[in-house]
Design a protein around this ligand. Structure first.
Ligand code: ASC
Length: 152
């Protein structure tokens, strides 16, 4: 029993230190997957807004509904402390994000609000897409500008 406790203590100390990066590959895949889903659906809406794809109320609605659905995914489990660009490979999430979580959550909520505006506009015709899309894109950009490190 004593040996087990000692071992657990040592393992705990090691895990709490900075020497060993945790495996956050599942969280990274989930973060990047949700962003990819957003980008794909923004692309569908953007293409219709520009007239490159024929407007379809049904397809536009499905894309906008998907943005709203993504906005409802609980974010906390996907962004554990220790999963910034300073901690692990394969992410551009700045370390300062974790010192500014209220701001991050505000920006995520602003995306959710904009996605609902997009959802209301999607079925209202091709001309309604652009302005709503601009609002959504602005919320993406606000969080990226503040909390995403530049690409190399
Ligand atoms: C996208 C995408 C983003 C946002 C951003 C909006 O389609 O991949 O990161 O929109 O460019 O400004």
């Amino acid at each position: 029993m004593k040996k087990t406790l000692t071992t657990l203590t040592i393992v705990g100390l090691l895990a709490g230190g900075t020497a060993f990066a945790q495996d956050y590959s599942a969280q990274l895949k989930a973060r990047q997957g949700e962003m990819r889903i957003m980008a794909i659906n923004l692309g569908i809406l953007g293409s219709m807004a520009k007239g490159e794809t024929e407007y379809s109320a049904e397809a536009a609605q499905a894309a906008a509904d998907t943005l709203v659905a993504v906005s409802m995914i609980g974010q906390a489990p996907l962004w554990p402390a220790g999963s910034s660009e300073m901690d692990i490979e394969g992410t551009r999430a700045k370390a300062e994000m974790w010192d500014n979580l209220p701001d991050v959550l505000d920006k995520w909520a602003a995306f959710g609000d904009a996605a609902k505006v997009m959802q209301a506009a999607a079925g209202e015709g091709q001309a309604a897409l652009g302005p709503a899309l601009g609002t959504v894109g602005g919320t993406c950009k606000a969080c990226h500008d503040a909390h995403r490190a530049p690409a190399n």
